[in-house]
Design a protein around this ligand. Structure first.
Ligand SMILES: [Fe+2]
Ligand SMILES: [Fe+2]
Length: 362
């Protein structure tokens, strides 16, 4: 039997059959559970198999199927799990509340950012035929990804995406904390153009133009639209890969009954989101790897190896994600912990113990 490699938009949007749905205080999550309790991501009836088939096609032809790994990217989180647990066990919820709000906000930015990704047929840019590839399915994959990040209403009712799922996790684990406006500030990634909410980026944050860079100079003759697509995809892939570090951290802290008000719900919710993110990582890896082994038609009709363009974009993305910028954002996070503890009579004692539990930014 031949493997199915072409899918309609409806197929890529189709949900599997859910035995039950996940809901908390009126918030209905996207996705659902199978009869045996296994989490089934949203829009995954065909989407996961499709990405597997496109990836297998690459591997069978002897091509790499990944363009970047977590080892290429920063993988530390401040406060670390011991420090975060220490604060929560002492009733200092401010840092965790800020971080979970920030994660939800950045998930929502994902959707705003994805809306800016060009939605055009990519075949005219390639020498080779794109039939039966991930690249030939990018518009519905981007749209499905956007709904995963920020929810949807297209079924006639609202399903929460990752942004609202994180807020639900925060409220469950921290027992409905008070959310203040300063929790929407000092974000490490700036809101994309068109964002109208109250979130504010740190002065150290990467803004959208830095994330996208100057796509035309990835290699001589790269069509600007094509360069923009590749840089946007490598930037998004890096953010998705870095998120794995955050999820492992959040699972460890929020599923611990000594510092979480609803460890089972919070821990499993983090894992559901991580399962959804695996879909994002795998299709972005696949599409970028497909470009790498193809030939791009340059503006002057020159032929540019896809690997030249993708490898340059990956190199710039990795360089953008490292350096002292993150340390300055983390230092701001430490100041907020110190300010919260300074308001308590036992704050100095809690802070001193916090400092023994792991490195702090300087
Ligand atoms: Fe997400
Ligand atoms: Fe994602």
């Amino acid at each position: 039997m031949s493997v199915k490699l072409n899918y309609t938009r409806d197929e890529l949007f189709a949900d599997p059959e859910f035995a039950s749905r996940i809901k908390r205080e009126g918030n209905l999550y996207h996705g659902g559970l199978a009869a045996d309790g296994t989490y089934l991501p949203p829009r995954s009836l065909h989407r996961i198999d499709a990405i597997k088939a496109w990836t297998a096609q690459l591997a069978d032809a002897g091509h790499p199927t990944k363009v970047m790994t977590t080892a290429d990217l920063p993988n530390e989180f401040f406060p670390n799990t011991d420090q975060a647990k220490h604060l929560l066990r002492n009733g200092a919820k401010g840092a965790m509340c800020r971080i979970l709000t920030m994660i939800g906000l950045i998930e929502g930015f994902g959707n705003d950012g994805l809306k800016l990704f060009p939605r055009m047929p990519w075949q005219p840019f390639f020498v080779e035929d794109l039939d039966g590839t991930c690249l030939n399915h990018l518009p519905p994959l981007f749209d499905a990804h956007g709904h995963d990040e920020a929810g949807s209403d297209y079924k006639g009712y609202h399903e929460c995406g990752h942004d609202e799922m994180w807020y639900t996790i925060r409220d469950a684990a921290l027992d409905d904390p008070i959310i203040t406006d300063d929790m929407f500030e000092n974000l490490p990634i700036g809101p994309p153009p068109g964002y109208t909410g109250k979130a504010k980026a740190s002065s150290e944050a990467l803004d959208a133009s830095q994330l996208i860079g100057t796509p035309t100079d990835l290699a001589p003759g790269v069509p600007p639209m094509f360069g923009m697509l590749v840089t946007a995809m490598t930037s998004l892939l890096a953010i998705e890969l870095i998120a794995y570090t955050t999820f492992a951290w959040a699972h460890e802290v929020l599923s611990d009954s000594t510092c979480s008000a609803d460890p089972e719900f919070a821990g499993s919710s983090v894992d559901y989101i991580a399962d959804d993110e695996t879909i994002h990582v795998s299709y972005l890896q696949c599409a970028l790897a497909e470009i790498r082994c193809r030939t791009i038609i340059g503006e002057d009709t020159s032929k540019i190896p896809g690997s030249v363009i993708v490898d340059e974009a990956v190199k710039r993305t990795i360089a953008n994600q490292s350096g002292s910028r993150f340390n300055r954002i983390m230092a701001h996070r430490l100041r907020q912990v110190e300010e919260e503890l300074a308001l308590r009579s036992d704050g100095e004692k809690i802070l001193q113990e916090f400092l023994t539990l792991g490195p702090v930014p300087v």
